[in-house]
Design a binder for this molecule. Structure first.
Ligand SMILES: NC(=O)c1ccc[n+]([C@@H]2O[C@H](COP(=O)([O-])OP(=O)(O)OC[C@H]3O[C@@H](n4cnc5c(N)ncnc54)[C@H](O)[C@@H]3O)[C@@H](O)[C@H]2O)c1
Length: 350
């Protein structure tokens, strides 16, 4: 019998319901807000005013993935201790996926775990990072190597905040919305595939649907042992690419990395999971509309393969990827060899 701890089933997701937010906050001994400098500039004042929090301590990190690291954790834990956060305290993670990931991680181990709530302010964090209870930080240039599974107490979304988000950041969320549609929801794909502008993706009905699809998958497999792995579609190549950039002290947007990953993994799906060529072309067309898809030299493809060996789904010298059987249906655990991956990456995208 499937058993899912109730906190995974039942945490609420509120859309600008400030009464519910105030009610939740009122039940804690102390509340602290974690955010980053840009979110502090654009969103923090509005959030604090609307939620009517009085003199709440705020810990602010510099923005960016490079700060999703152990140094930032030290800073957060120091602040939590300094402000007397106890086991009845609540950490509010106000920001994009970097803040929800690191804040969730710090709270989930502080004094062996205190409550936290996510207040995502990017499209990506709304539809993906804040949903599903994965927390974590990067380690020596490899993504999400250290982390926990721990659900938030609640998720609070105010779509007005997307107005200040630069379009290049909105695109990161677009990639994850396309992904969830591709692996789980053909109907959502048909609603998304003809959108022309990235900001069209910020509609509440589309966001809610993407979130509910992710939640439904997570409920079936909280700890990522089975079906949840379909959410890694595009990420086998995508994460390898992000590591490739990090090792050169450069940055590629997560959304673009995943979009490039989805492009190549769709092509792999034709050979390995039965995706039709027509569907593969349709996916490529939509991805090209929003993202620049790179090709790779053989040497680059080999280095990407070596990065993939650090993927959590790798066993020995075999990488296990996700393939699409059709749009809206995915399978996981597809064994990929070095030859297959290198020839795909070095031959296809030119
Ligand atoms: N835990 C998960 O399940 C999960 C899933 C997907 C992604 N992630 C993680 O999420 C991270 C990426 O998240 P992201 O794309 O949100 O990046 P991010 O947190 O770096 O935010 C992107 C940028 O937008 C700024 N910003 C945020 N909200 C803003 C607003 N409303 N107005 C103006 N600027 C704003 C931030 O300061 C930052 O510079 C990665 O670390 C990735 O690994 C986690």
């Amino acid at each position: 019998m499937r058993s899912v701890p109730t906190e995974w089933e039942s945490y609420p997701i509120w859309y600008a319901d400030y009464d519910a937010l105030r009610h939740l906050i009122g039940g804690y001994s102390k509340v602290m807000v974690l955010t980053d400098e840009l979110v502090a500039r654009h969103v923090l004042k509005d959030f604090i005013q609307q939620s009517k929090m009085v003199s709440v301590p705020v810990v602010t990190l510099p923005p960016g993935e490079i700060h999703k690291d152990i140094e930032s954790c030290r800073h957060i834990w120091d602040a939590m201790l300094r402000h007397g956060m106890d086991r009845q305290s609540l950490l509010i993670n106000l920001g994009g996926g970097v803040i929800t990931d690191i804040g969730g991680f710090c709270a989930s181990v502080y004094k062996r775990g205190i409550d936290f709530m996510h207040v995502p302010t990017t499209l990506l964090a709304m539809v993906d990072a804040a949903i599903g209870g994965k927390t974590g930080i990067d380690w020596r240039g490899y993504k999400n190597q250290i982390g926990t599974y721990c659900p938030p107490k609640a998720v609070f979304i105010d779509l007005r905040w997307l107005d200040s988000l630069p379009s290049r950041e909105v695109k990161n969320g677009v990639a994850e919305m396309l992904k969830i549609a591709l692996v789980a929801d053909a109907e959502l794909w048909s609603q998304l595939k003809d959108l022309e502008e990235v900001r069209d993706f910020g509609q509440q009905n589309l966001i809610e649907r993407a979130i509910e699809q992710k939640r439904a998958i997570v409920r079936r497999d909280v700890r990522d042992r089975g079906v949840r792995q379909i959410l890694n579609f595009g990420h086998t190549v995508g994460h390898a690419l992000e590591s490739w950039y990090m090792h050169r002290s450069r940055h590629i947007a997560h959304g673009r990395a995943v979009a490039i990953g989805m492009y190549y993994e769709s092509r792999l799906s034709v050979a390995k999971a039965g995706l039709s060529s027509r569907a593969c072309d349709e996916i490529a067309e939509v991805l090209h509309r929003f993202f620049k898809i790179s090709g790779f030299s053989k040497e680059e493809a080999k280095e990407l393969w070596r990065n993939m060996l650090f993927d959590k789904k790798t066993l020995g010298n075999t990488v296990y990827g996700v393939g699409l059987r059709s749009i809206g249906r995915a399978e996981w655990g597809i064994a990929l060899s070095e030859d297959e991956v290198v020839s795909l990456l070095s031959g296809a995208g030119k």
